[in-house]
Design a protein around this ligand. Structure first.
Ligand SMILES: NC(=O)c1ccc[n+]([C@@H]2O[C@H](COP(=O)([O-])OP(=O)(O)OC[C@H]3O[C@@H](n4cnc5c(N)ncnc54)[C@H](O)[C@@H]3O)[C@@H](O)[C@H]2O)c1
Length: 303
């Protein structure tokens, strides 16, 4: 029996790139899949390929950030396949620009597709799982895999909209992981890297032979988190590409200062914080660059 036999999964942005690879991998692991993307041919092609490989797939095109699309995706899963067990939030777009040049539309589009797009589907999926748990009297099988990015860890300078949306997705993942655990939900986030239409210009053409940057290298972790093995994993954030899977630690408290009189004065605060910040020139402090060397085995030196 395959890991996801009998399970039903929704995958957003499944018409191309990572979403298509993840949909095929989930179907190959036995899941019956509901595929979402913007209306167009590629989504049908992904569904047809899954069916040709012996899987079951239906499509429900639509803008993932629309309330009606989220509602329709869950309804399609329930009406077509009898339920919902897995939600993979993946759809996304880029509108890169430095913060001082960014237009309102560039900001709103990216926040809307990524952050609202994750919220809308999660809202309807978790409502379904909560109601199911109340009906059966016990938590059921429920998995969410969200798609963040290392851009949020790094404070990606040319992507303030994208970094903010991805940071928001991590926070949404943690709140969902905490808020829906008792209903059976396991919610985790991945920060993938792969050669897709989103990154092709940056990464260049694929090499002849096996591509360490192929989206198919990311899909096994999504299957793992969606499968029975994901039962004990909740509220975690992974970096995944090539042959690398890394799990991030939580942010830590770096230093604590107490006012000697119980209340800070400006002078006392100046003196206390100068010990922490005066030694080095200003630089972005609250970033995590530890994941960058991990990419060298996938993307080569200087990545
Ligand atoms: N490729 C990478 O290296 C990388 C790195 C970090 C994060 N990610 C994230 O992975 C996810 C997938 O990216 P990808 O690289 O496969 O890109 P991609 O452009 O190949 O695929 C994204 C898909 O999302 C769809 N989409 C866009 N807006 C949509 C909307 N409003 N409703 C429904 N579908 C919509 C697109 O049509 C497309 O098929 C994104 O969330 C992206 O931010 C990718």
């Amino acid at each position: 029996m395959a890991a996801l036999d009998g399970r039903v999964a929704i995958i957003t942005g499944a018409g191309a790139g990572l979403g298509a690879a993840e949909a095929r991998a989930l179907a190959a692991a036995g899941a019956r899949v509901v595929l979402n993307d913007l209306p167009g041919d590629p989504l049908d092609e992904v569904a047809e390929r899954i069916r040709a490989d012996g899987g079951e797939a239906v499509t429900r095109p639509g803008d993932v950030a629309d309330w009606a699309t989220g509602e329709a995706l869950v309804k399609t899963a329930v009406d077509t396949f009898g339920g919902l067990d897995v939600l993979v939030n993946n759809a996304g777009v880029l509108r890169d620009r430095m913060i001082f040049s960014m237009s309102e539309t560039e900001w709103d589009t990216v926040i809307r597709v990524h952050l609202r797009g994750h919220f809308v589907t999660t809202r309807f999926a978790t409502a379904y799982w909560r109601a199911r748990a109340k009906t059966t009297g016990r938590p059921g099988y429920a998995r969410i895999v969200n798609t963040a990015s290392e851009a949020f860890l790094l404070g990606s300078a040319g992507q303030p909209n994208y970094a903010a949306a991805k940071g928001g997705i991590v926070a949404l993942t943690l709140a969902t992981a905490r808020g829906c655990l008792k209903h059976g939900v396991r919610a985790n986030a991945i920060c993938p890297r792969a050669r897709t239409s989103m990154t092709g210009e940056l990464m260049g053409p694929a090499p002849t032979g096996p591509d360490p940057m192929a989206p198919e290298r990311v899909a096994p972790l999504v299957v793992h988190l969606a499968g029975p093995s994901g039962e004990r994993i909740n509220g975690e954030v992974f970096v995944v590409h090539g042959d690398v899977v890394a799990v991030l630690g939580p942010p830590t408290v770096r230093a604590v200062f107490h006012a000697t009189t119980g209340e800070w004065t400006a002078a006392e605060l100046d003196a206390a914080l100068s010990t922490e910040f005066d030694a080095d020139p200003p630089h972005p402090g609250f970033v995590c660059e530890e994941t960058l060397p991990l990419a060298e085995s996938t993307f080569g030196e200087g990545s």
